[in-house]
Each structure stands twice: as structure tokens, then as C-alpha cells.
Ligand binder design. Sequence first.
Ligand code: MG
Length: 343
Amino acid sequence: MILTYKTYVLEYKHPFGVSSNTRSSTTSVFIKLEYEGKMGYGEACLPAYLGETVEGTIAFFEKAKPVLIKHKFPFSATQIVEEIDKLSNANNPAKAAINIALHDLLGKLAGKPFYEVMGFSRSEPMATSYTIGIDHENVIEQKINEAAEFSILKIKAGTKDDKALINLIRKYTDKPLYVDVNQGWKNKEEVLDMLFWLKEKNVILIEQPMSTNMLNEMAWVTERSPIPTIADESVKRLKDLDQIKNCFSGINIKLMKSSGLTEALEMINYAKKNNLKILLGCMAESSCATSAMAQLMKFADYIDLDAPQLLKNDPFKGIEYKNGNVYLNDLAGIGVEPIDTLF
Ligand code: MG
């Protein structure tokens, strides 16, 4: 397999605000894995909080090239994934890109969609949340209007006055909400009071209310919470799950954290065995990585796969959005095609 990569700046329709920062664009590194004329595509998305850089990601791809080139069809995906994982202790987005591209390529070589190659059935369309970032009131109103077709909204909280923010949202819509605090709240009693208040406001789950180092407090809150508590920053890979399984009601699995589809599936299995709810999420990714994750939506309790909808210049075609639902297509692999100018 021959690996090539290309950096690409993804631009947001609106500057995107969370409790820690606001951005108007983000850089992904896309890859192409080529074998006997067939191409598999992957994406490494690099949000600042993961501590990953474009340079580090490209350096990892260079390290992976000699591993990939020696494998011949029929590939053992498991063996390649293990070899790639051993190349470094970090670089989960780069590993994810290779993992996605490998599964895309395997599907294309077999002429089958990913889910069929993996031996499970196709996911039915599923409602995704649509994210409303932190913003000024007039922009929030505009974003809610733009999200008219989506049946669930995800609100980025952790502001100075989150009750005011939710009351503001409720001026414009009564849709069910996911609230993502991005570690913004500090006091467990106040968090619990807030969760009861939010339940009354038709908030149906809360994501990462407190810091990753407040696991005991989080366990206390989860035990008493009227709505599911979902770990995001507190969990990246499978090995993190033992530590947090009794502290949250569920986990947000993202390919850029898990190192790809292989480990995302292992995390899904772990969650099912341990009675954890499953939210499939994404970073600020294009249709490439998001379409890969959507292959797994049949296993999810909730999906938050709206990232391509927030972009101005998505360089891939893949999953489709109709009436706020995510639809898989029947194409081989992860079902994506790049724009002509990407590679
Ligand atoms: Mg989150």
C-alpha cells in the first residue's frame, strides 16, 4: 500500500465557540492509501486540545509508510493496526486516519461497504444532534433557524451564565437538547442542582460537566443524576474505560480519540457489557471521517455526527443528511469520494 497525505484547512460556516476558545477554521490531514489502482481515504482531524500538530501527524505518516508498503492483499487489518499502533504512544488522529483508509480500501478491494466486510447489517437512518456553539444572541437565533431540519440540538455550555443561555435557547425552540459543558463546571452539588433544572428544560443528556480530574465528584453526580452523564474528555481509548465506567452513564466515542474504527468497535463492545450508553461523536471533521463513524451508528444510543454540516468547504462527499437524519449510502468501503482537487 502506498500512502500519500495532504493538509487542508476546513473552514466553519460560523466561528465555533466552546467554553475554552473560539475558532474559524481547523486543519485536517487527509490520506490516500493506494493498492493496485484502488484508493482508500482517511482523515486526521487535529483539535488543539488533543495536543496534536500537523507536523507530528505528518511525521507519523512517514514512519507508517514502510509498515504499510510491505503488506500485500489479502491484508490482515488486525495485524496492520497493531503494527501501526506500536509506532508511537500518541498520534491517535494519525492512527485513526490510517485505520479509516485501511478499512475504506479493504471495502473497495472487496466491492462491499464497510459494515458488510465487518459482518454486520447496515445502520438505519438515525437522528443526529446539531451543535450550537457559544455565541452572541442574534447569532444563536440565526444558528437555531439554520438547524430547522434537525430534531435535536447540542448546546455548548460552560459559559458564565448557563441558565441564561438555556433560557435564551428556549425562547426560540423546544427541541430536546444535549448539553456539553466541556469540563466547565466546578462544584458537584451545583452540578447536580443544574442537572435537575436542565431536565425540566428538556435536556436529555449532559456531556463532561466537570474536569477530567474530578472523577470522584463525577461518580457522586452520576449516581444521583436525573439524566445520563456522558464522558468525553475523560475517555480516549479502550484502556481508559475501566477507570471511568462507574463515574459516568455513558461514553462519547470519537475516531480521533480511539485511533480508528477497530478500537471504536472494541469500546462499543465494552460499553454494551458494562451497561454504558454509547454516543458516537466527532471532532470538526469532514464527511470523510464522519462517514466512517456513521458506519457504526446501529450500535449507538445517540449520535452527534453533524460536523460536515458546520463546514463551508467539505472536501468529501459521503453520508447524507435528510430531515436531521444521517443516511449511509451503498458505496464500497466507508462510502466517500473526494473532490477532484484534493489529491
Ligand atoms: Mg464534548
